[in-house]
Design a protein around this ligand. Structure first.
Ligand SMILES: [Zn+2]
Length: 265
């Protein structure tokens, strides 16, 4: 009996010890998870701190920026630079398309503030007969105000043709259907979908595809650090606020993409 009591006590002590061990293990696990989460959080913050205001406004030289690369001429119709990561993703998508008998050529890539200013002001002069607001709205059907373009970021590309009608039939439709079915697998999304159903801003652009893993981060930085005081340095820039450029145009992207970006935060 005495032995039994001794054995029972030993069992209870051992069991308690084991429970304590398990609890300690669980705590350690949770602590590791918290540490990992904190690390991910701080590396995201660090990453975002490196994304400067000048960068999201397009006020930098992508030709000398080491995170940019000049695309090989087989992928383009002119000289085009992209963020390294975006270029790699495009090549993977290009190869897949090629094996399906589809050729994807970039017709436009990165444009900085100064290049966008040249486009904007050329159109500004072209529509000189319109009132300032109508003039800006006319350009904004397809072109961004300098400092507000996604093309500043090296993440957005125009593919094969700059007319929606091209993608409605024949070869163009085959290409567009392929992109709709496959581009997402490589991180590319059509941002300027059919207007309405909540989307504001630029007209439909079947040719414009954005590499979302990076561009969604840049948009977040844009929204947290840029105000209307930063939108300046070109003709008509004073109209930006009354046209609600940041809300209606910079954020005038497909609802599906907004939801997707929000779910990845
Ligand atoms: Zn575009």
């Amino acid at each position: 009996m005495k032995n039994f009591i001794l054995l029972a006590s030993l069992f209870i002590v051992l069991h308690a010890c084991n429970q304590k061990k398990t609890t300690l293990k669980q705590i350690a696990k949770v602590e590791t998870k918290v540490a990992v989460a904190k690390k991910t959080d701080s590396s995201k913050q660090q990453q975002q701190q490196r994304i400067t205001k000048a960068f999201v406004l397009g006020k930098f030289n992508y030709k000398t920026d080491t995170s940019f690369v000049k695309a090989n001429a087989i992928y383009t119709t002119k000289t085009i630079y992209l963020k390294n990561t975006v270029y790699k993703a495009f090549i993977a998508m290009y190869n897949h398309a090629k094996s399906d008998g589809i050729t994807l050529k970039m017709v436009s890539g990165t444009r900085n503030f100064y290049e966008q200013k040249a486009i904007w002001e050329r159109k500004w002069h072209k529509y000189a007969n319109l009132t300032p607001i109508k003039r800006a709205k006319k350009i904004l059907e397809f072109s961004s105000m300098p400092t507000t373009s996604r093309h500043h970021w090296g993440t957005d590309i125009d593919i094969n043709n700059l007319n929606n009608s091209y993608f409605e039939k024949g070869q163009g439709k085959t290409e567009y259907d392929w992109l709709v079915n496959n581009a997402n697998k490589y991180g590319f999304y059509q941002v300027y979908t059919t207007k309405g159903a909540g989307r504001t801003g630029y007209n439909l652009e079947r040719w414009h595809w954005s590499y979302l893993p990076l561009s969604s981060q840049y948009l977040e930085v844009y929204n947290t650090s840029i105000s209307y005081q930063d939108i300046n340095g070109f003709k008509g820039s004073k109209l930006a606020e009354s046209l609600n450029i940041i809300t209606y145009y910079v954020n005038g992207i497909s609802e599906q993409i907004k939801l997707l970006s929000a779910s990845k935060k």
